[in-house]
Ligand binder design. Structure first.
Ligand code: SAH
Length: 339
């Protein structure tokens, strides 16, 4: 079987070298090369010629191929990447004064079915491998000539529906000889898969967990987010309490504001009641155009909604709408390119 080297942790590469009859430390050398600019096995000059040949016979070392690159008026860049089996995914790079953030995809498509999100159309084709997640960062860094310092798992797909590969991805990206990105610089966004939130809590990683809430009422949330029928709000809160107890991390609440639907003071008040036992921050996103029937709230409504929280001393901010002119904003990433 052909092994994908970008999907292997440093330990797995060492074990793999042993399985090939090589000294395990070769795994450490190869791991270091992968994140120090090597593009082929031939670049790994402290590895013997014989081993380089063996590696090219048994392993794959490929980055996703840039199929399309779009630059927004605000400087945000969206990549469409072609994967080895023909699937397409998208990633977005945003530059802030504190560094460069990449929004990566974790699945080709998505099975969660949220009514407002373009990634849900057509369902999920497959999970991405850890190497395909790493590859989005390496390819973007190479293409743009910059270093990525923050990662948000908020692109196409539901990260907790692919938890094993996501954990492996974060381990590789975090490693000091990997991409050396601290766990505090990762944000994982979920629609609320409660059993997986509890599994993630067990890992006790100091990442930020972001939860897509969008309504504090079960009936309304179920209408927009089918996941709520399986994991209603009460269960979600219990899982988040476990998460907070194990990790000590503040939760980030994502709330897409939809005009005339979920943007009233009653929604804000009920949300605060629901989250009263948690430490959290509210991140409001005026809903982006992705599907029919969802209109973003106006500036006054956004401000009034944020004020409800601020009055109670709860931190609340509106997310900057980066990249909407190139369909790179939240909810606009798509499984297939239809342009
Ligand atoms: N599956 C994960 C991560 C991907 S979506 C999740 O559901 O959290 C990243 C964020 O964008 C989520 O909060 C999602 O609800 C939000 N989102 C989806 N469509 C949107 C839209 N049209 N406008 C604004 N936010 C949207």
């Amino acid at each position: 079987m052909i092994q994908d080297v970008y999907s292997m942790t440093r330990q797995e590469l060492c074990d793999y070298m042993a399985a090939l009859g090589e000294k395990p430390y070769r795994g450490r050398q190869i791991f270091k090369w992968l994140y120090a600019g090597a593009e082929t096995f031939e670049d790994m000059t402290n590895v013997s010629k014989a081993l380089r040949t063996k590696l090219s016979e048994h392993c794959r070392m490929e980055l996703p191929v840039v199929q399309k690159k779009q630059v927004s008026r605000d400087g945000t860049v969206k990549f469409a990447f072609l994967l080895s089996d023909g699937e397409m995914i998208e990633s977005v790079v945003m530059s802030y004064h504190h560094g460069n953030t990449i929004c990566i995809s974790t699945q080709a498509g998505c099975n969660m079915g949220c009514a407002f999100c373009a990634s849900a159309v057509g369902g999920k084709a497959r999970d991405l491998t850890a190497g395909e997640m790493i590859g989005q960062i390496l390819a973007a860094q190479k293409e743009l000539g910059l270093r990525i310092s923050n990662v948000v798992l908020m692109g196409m797909g539901e990260p907790l529906d692919n938890l094993r590969e996501v954990l492996k991805f974060m381990e590789i990206a975090n490693h000091e000889e990997g991409l050396h990105i601290g766990y505090r610089h990762f944000t994982l966004s979920t629609c609320g898969l409660c059993d997986k939130i509890i599994l993630l809590a067990e890992e006790r990683l100091p990442i930020t967990l972001s939860v897509s809430v969008h309504s504090p009422f079960d009936s309304e949330r179920s209408e927009m987010m089918p996941v709520n029928k399986k994991y209603p709000l009460k269960q979600l809160i219990s899982a988040l309490l476990v998460y907070q107890e194990k990790t000590g991390r503040r939760i980030s609440v994502e709330y897409a504001l939809i005009h005339g639907k979920n943007d009233t003071p009653a929604h804000a008040a009920t949300l605060m009641k629901l989250f009263s036992r948690l430490s959290y921050h509210v991140n409001v996103i005026p809903v982006n155009q992705a599907r029919e029937g969802f209109v973003k709230s106006g500036a006054n409504e956004v401000k009034a909604f944020l004020d409800c929280f601020e009055k109670q001393g709860i931190p609340a901010t509106a997310r900057r709408e980066l990249g909407s002119d190139i369909s790179a904003a939240c909810g606009q990433l798509r499984h297939e390119l239809r342009t």
